[in-house]
Each structure stands twice: as structure tokens, then as C-alpha cells.
Design a protein around this ligand. Sequence first.
Ligand code: GDP
Ligand code: MG
Ligand code: K
Length: 273
Amino acid sequence: MAITIALAGNPNSGKTTLFNELTGSKQHVGNWPGVTVDKKEGKYKKDENVLILDLPGTYSLSPYSAEEIIARDYLLKEKPDAVINIIDGSNIERNLYLTLQIAETKIPMLVAVNMMDEVRANGDRIDFARLYEETGIRFLPIVARSYEGVDELMKEALKIAGEQKKVADLPVLDETIKEAADRLTQVLGLQDDESRLWKVLKVLEGDKEALGELSREQIVQAKNIIEETENKVGTDMEARLADLHYKYIGYLAASAVTKKREEHAETRSQRID
Ligand code: GDP
Ligand code: MG
Ligand code: K
């Protein structure tokens, strides 16, 4: 039986470079907009029972752009056996937002921290053991462009795909939002649903697609919970949830990343081959 591994990441994180290496494809890696909107799949060159899928590059799994909708629908409806979330190691904070979103889908995942050549050249340090300790998710260093770490990455990806070990809830929410999430879980009857956290957070955010799946009665009750919680926290729910996610990301980065020169975050976007 075939195993499917999806590659998900921000634009320019190196997904296509990794995809081409894994599938042996000689295809040119382009950077122009829209190049990865097509769903690309290929067989893992070292095991033809493994299918590799290159998802469109996205910064989140919101239902706003075509890329986000493709990536999100694929992860939630077709469900790969595992996700390799590839992130740019020289820009960890920005990339971790998508990581948290994928973690909330509960699909077995690991994180490939790419561009380690640049991280090293910048003199930055990443504490991989700490990232694992904090999240229970494996973070593995790679240099996709020169195949460094790629075999180890695939070995681990196939292991987690085989074990089907779900990602645990990360300590992102505060008590007030947790209480709202628990109440909403009851209202939606989601106690034993493995996508509970994802669904509840999306409804709390007012995500159109998630709301579209509720009955009218559930929408009324959800809106009540949202309104009461917004009154308690004094800000709208979408902003509060974004804040909590960024706060956790800030904490993770502060715990595990040591930057030698801060200015690199800015010059990095102008990187030229
Ligand atoms: P995608 O948008 O996620 O598909 O990213 P690409 O695979 O197109 O890569 C974006 C850019 O980063 C390209 O110029 C790649 O050559 C470059 N790149 C990919 N992997 C690495 C790496 O490990 N180190 C460095 N320095 N550059 C890389
Ligand atoms: Mg690409
Ligand atoms: K580059």
C-alpha cells in the first residue's frame, strides 16, 4: 500500500528543491508566482511505494488564497500519512505560523529546517533538542540545495508515517480561550474527533469555511460563545488567537534560536543565487 508524504511550507522555503531531490525530477526550480499552484506529485526515488506531494507555498491555512485552499483541503480531506513542513531556518519565526497551523490539524508531522548553510554562515544557532522538548515535534536540519540531511529526514518521515503518532496540543491557548474551545467542543459534538482543535479554532476565528459546516443552531450558539469571550478578553477573537499563536512562536524562537546578527532577517528576502 502506498504511503503519501506531503511537503508543506512557506513560499521560498525550498519545497520544490526538496521535491525534485526526493523524486529525482530534473525539472527547473522556478520562483515566479503561481509556479507551485499545480499539485505536483512524484514517487520517492528510493522507494516507489512512497508518493511525495509538493503542496503550494503558503504562510497559513486560511481559506483566502487559491494556494491556501489547495493546501488546506489536501491536508484536511485527503490526509497524507505524514507532512514534512519545510521551513527556512534563517527565518524561523515567520515560518512557524504555518507550522502551528499544520500541528493543529493533528496530521503526523515533522519539520525540516532548511537553509542550514545560511544559518551557519550567519553564525546563528538553533537548538533542535529544545524544539523537540517544547513541541514533541521533530525538527531536523537540512540543506536541500546540497542534499545534506535529506536521507535522515526521509527516514524519520517514513517512521512517523508508519507510527501515525498524532501531534499533541501545543500550549498556545490561555485559560479563557481554552474554556471557550471546550464549550464549543460540546456544542459541536466533537469530543472524539481528532480534528477537534482545528475545527474549534477555525469556528472561533470566524473562518467562513468552518462556519459553513455548522447547523444554524450551532452557529447561534458559537456566536454566543465568541461574543462572551470577546467581552472577557476585550478584543476580537481572530486577533486574540493570532496574538496567542505569535506569543508562543516568540517563546519557541527565544528558547531555541540564537541570532548572531539581527539584520539578517531583513537582507534575507533579497537573497540571490
Ligand atoms: P519553494 O518556493 O518552497 O518551492 O522553494 P524553492 O525550492 O524554489 O527554493 C527557493 C530558493 O531557495 C531557490 O533559489 C533555491 O535554490 C534556494 N534553496 C533551496 N534550498 C536551499 C538551501 O538549503 N540553502 C540555500 N542557501 N538555498 C536554498
Ligand atoms: Mg516551489
Ligand atoms: K536563493
